[in-house]
Design a protein around this ligand. Structure first.
Ligand code: FES
Length: 115
């Protein structure tokens, strides 16, 4: 089966491991879209940077997506919490919603988003 998806280099696995999270913006579809990566328990998780509550970006400041405990993704606007592993809603105003997962691949220590 043919896929139109392409891989985009984002950063190295070691860089993400050091910083914990990393955001990336693309204008592939003519308007800017942001994605972000989270390093957690030796895995890379990637999502669309958009809160399901109102559609705003999630980060507090650039590359800062986690709550104080570093266990959950937290929206900076109204504080909704989401699972790092699967983006599912845990607490806050967007009951039953989830973050949009983005496919990623780690190849020879480099992280790529597959879009
Ligand atoms: S905009 Fe994210 S919780 Fe309201």
């Amino acid at each position: 089966m043919h896929s139109d998806k392409k891989k985009y280099f984002i950063c190295t696995f070691e860089d993400l491991k050091k910083s914990g999270s990393y955001s990336w913006e693309t204008d592939l579809n003519k308007s800017p879209v942001q994605y972000f990566l989270i390093y957690h328990e030796n895995k890379v998780h990637s999502y669309l940077n958009r809160c399901p509550h109102t559609g705003v970006n999630l980060d507090w400041t650039t590359n800062q997506f986690l709550d104080n405990s570093n266990k959950f993704i937290q929206c900076a606007t109204h504080g909704a919490l989401f699972s790092i592993e699967n983006g599912l809603y845990l607490r806050g105003p967007c009951i039953g919603d989830r973050l949009v997962i983005t496919e990623n691949e780690v190849i020879k220590g480099n992280i790529y988003l597959v879009l």
